[in-house]
Structures are given as structure tokens and as C-alpha cells.
Design a protein around this ligand. Structure first.
Ligand SMILES: [Zn+2]
Length: 59
């Protein structure tokens, strides 16, 4: 199965870390490939996703 970043289109290599935007599967993570396809999951590379700090700064 090939994955491309949904934002920049970059091809994601094996072992490359990525972010997946998807609904939580009702029956756990088995058969995840079929689930991703069915639910139109979007995958983003590290360059396109930035995790915010868990501690919100006060403005
Ligand atoms: Zn990207």
C-alpha cells in the first residue's frame, strides 16, 4: 500500500513516520488498511503537521 501526504503530495517511505487523520475504528486496529480506505483517511507527513504543545499559552 502506498501513501502520499494529503497536503503536499510527498510519497511516504517505509518506516517514515506520518500522521493519519481518521475516525477511531470501532473494532480496534485490526484490518486497518481496509478501514483507512473505506473511511477516506488522510495521511500527512511530518513536514505538514505540527503538534501543539500540551500546555496552552495564556495570551
Ligand atoms: Zn506533507
Amino acid at each position: 500500500m502506498k501513501f502520499n501526504c494529503a497536503n503536499c503530495g510527498k510519497a511516504l517511505q517505509h518506516d517514515e513516520r506520518a500522521y493519519i487523520d481518521m475516525p477511531i475504528p470501532p473494532r480496534g486496529m485490526t484490518e486497518i488498511q481496509a478501514y483507512l480506505k473505506l473511511n477516506g483517511a488522510k495521511i500527512y507527513c511530518h513536514d505538514c503537521v505540527q503538534i501543539r504543545s500540551g500546555q496552552p499559552k495564556k495570551a
